[in-house]
Design a protein around this ligand. Sequence first.
Ligand code: SF4
Ligand code: SF4
Length: 355
Amino acid sequence: MKVEQYKILEKSKINDFINSLISFSKVAAPVYKGFKNYTFQEIKSADEVSLKYIPTIIPPKKYFMPQKETLLKFDVKENLKIEPTVDYENLILFGVHTCDIAGIKCLNMVLSDKPKDTGYLIRKKHITIIGLECNDYCDEYASCSFVGAHIPTTGYDLMFTELGDYFIVHIHSSKGSDIIEKTELFKPAEEFHIKELKALREKKLKIFNNEVPTERRYLPDLFDRSFNASVWKELEQRCLSCGNCTAVCPTCYCFDIKEEVDLSLEAGERYRVWFSCQLDPFAKVAGGIDFRRERSARQRHRFYRKFRYHIDRYGMVFCTGCGRCSRTCMAKINLKEVLTSLIKESETKIWRKWL
Ligand code: SF4
Ligand code: SF4
């Protein structure tokens, strides 16, 4: 940890800092909406921001990959005219937790892979991420330690960590450094601040325990043995196929493409909308064949997309442990419990072989 990469902001000045951001940019931050719900939304004053919050209903991925996105506009009035569109704006996201930063890192991997997602990449360039480290668990649904998303590593411009009556701020990009230079609120960090940060991270090792009874490195093996597990059949009985779990997931990126014409029937647009592998029509192909008709197959697919397939392709687990899927599920399907059941079933099978 190099001292010069850190700055100090007194806690009493955090609102001045947020208001200074609002003075030169559009800013979105977590805002309390009642009934233990939070949302990322544009703020006009620091008073609106919740510094302590459980993961927002929808993750900040909505700014990188909007729920509905116009891809092109067409017009056939005279000659066929097609105009590709990308909507973007400069935006500062303030207060992003490390789990959601991990989610954006997953999207970066997929959407900058071939074929590149131009709209996503343009928006990403215009968004500045100011992180806010969690010093404790948000609630019982989180499994961020299991997937290693509870400690800041990369993927942000500035990271704020609360240490008593001040924040220590890690400057991680030139965008972040420019923001610091715009205000006179920050002081240079000194050696003892860095020692306090190190001590906090040590303390976090005790607070954040592995929430699932296995280690991340054993996931490929576990899932290679679990394709025919009875767990999937049990989920079949409970899952309502509502798609909520995927709609709130920071690493889900599936979409559908649709077209609409206006009332003149001579112009219209092509757009994409988020789609879910848990919904009935998702796997329907030409000829009316549905290659993932059973809910058990759809649930299995969801878990393999998080914990198996992307390890082969990108060397990454595509779950950030944010807990949103479990928090939102009306059928109370809990991600940590599903993983634990898979582990138990797999271990039982191994023991039976030896007996
Ligand atoms: S939120 Fe729950 S009930 Fe709905 S599709 Fe996901 S697992 Fe099934
Ligand atoms: S699978 Fe669930 S816990 Fe994992 S990133 Fe998606 S919503 Fe969060």
